[in-house]
Design a protein around this ligand. Structure first.
Ligand code: PSU
Ligand code: MN
Length: 301
């Protein structure tokens, strides 16, 4: 095992016995949702994964150690500290680990640590992508490069329109990352089920997701797979309302000169405030929905 990696006893046992394990990220806890809903959601997501027959492995960096599997106290610690924790992407790992510091893992670093631990399935809410205006800012999330290189299946609710969805799909195509719609031909847009963009393939069962991922690995093709799972109809938001909130948040973001890694957390928090908390409710439900699918897919793998 990698000398920087610690598995929780439960995760270590599950991996040793070949039981299904699902990785979970921690930036969604520290930077993606406010306290205390972030901690409540993280614990509910873990419970949902257990109910569906898999073991949850929430991933973070604590005291410079790469952790796969946190205790409820660890989750509470990250959730309470919130944005005071370093949002850790690939470029942050060397210094955080050498200094023995804490970091909340993004999709990128969760994939890295999951792969080190031998975990193949990862559930989250949303991934980073090509930001709107990237043709001048060059703001393209490291998540896309990680999907190109690291062998983990990422189950998300599509990409929200704080991103340029068309450019995000083009980037993934160039990098050879399959974009799957779970039960849909259309890329879901996180808070809503429709985006106007098509996915590469529609897949309808966890078994077929597992088979496609296995084929990719056995052919020796580098990289992961992106599964986009639409938010359940009953929780999806009105597209006009959410898109107006997103547009307003993006305007404020550029007016205030917010850039780089602060962009996504700022936008998520502003969208929540503008929608009076409704976007957070939708966010929580779609994460739980992704956790269910991830647990079943890990079991099928
Ligand atoms: N989208 C969400 N919630 C999140 C994130 C994205 O709806 O919490 C987080 C994830 O950790 C993702 C990261 O990997 O933001 C992307 O940040 P950036 O755009 O800075 O790469
Ligand atoms: Mn960025």
């Amino acid at each position: 095992m990698n000398k920087y990696l610690d598995l929780s006893p439960e995760v270590a046992q599950a991996i040793a016995e070949g039981k299904p394990v699902v990785a979970l990220e921690s930036t969604i806890i520290s930077h993606g949702m406010p306290y205390p809903q972030n901690v409540e959601t993280a614990l509910k997501v873990e419970a949902t994964i257990r109910e569906n027959g898999a073991v949850p492995a929430t991933i973070a960096i604590i005291g410079g150690r790469l952790k796969a599997g946190l205790t409820p106290d660890g989750i509470e610690y990250l959730g309470k500290k919130g944005r005071a924790v370093t949002k850790a992407s690939r470029r942050d790992l060397p210094v955080l680990v050498a200094r023995g510091e804490d970091g909340a893992t993004t999709v990128t670093t969760t994939m890295i640590i999951a792969a080190l631990a031998g975990i193949r399935v990862f559930a989250t809410g949303g991934i980073g992508g090509v930001h709107r205006g990237a043709e001048t800012t060059m703001d393209i999330s490291a998540d896309l490069e990680e999907l190109a290189h690291t062998p983990v299946m990422v189950i998300c609710a599509g990409a929200k329109s704080i991103l340029d969805l068309g450019l995000t799909l083009e980037y993934l195509e160039t990098k050879g990352v399959p974009v799957i719609g779970y039960g849909t031909e259309e890329l879901p847009a996180f808070y809503t089920r429709k985006s106007g963009f098509r996915v590469d393939y529609r897949i309808d069962t966890p078994e077929e997701l597992a088979a496609a991922f296995r084929a990719k690995m056995e052919m020796g093709l580098e990289g992961g797979m992106l599964v986009t799972n639409p938010i359940p109809e009953e929780y999806s938001m009105d597209p006009e309302r959410i898109n107006a909130a997103i547009d307003k948040a993006i305007e404020e973001c550029s007016a205030r000169g917010i850039r780089g890694k602060d962009t996504t957390p700022f936008l998520l928090a502003r969208i929540k405030d503008i929608t009076g908390g409704d976007s957070l409710d939708a966010n929580i439900q779609l994460v739980l929905n992704n956790a269910r699918l991830a647990a079943r897919t890990a079991a099928a793998m």
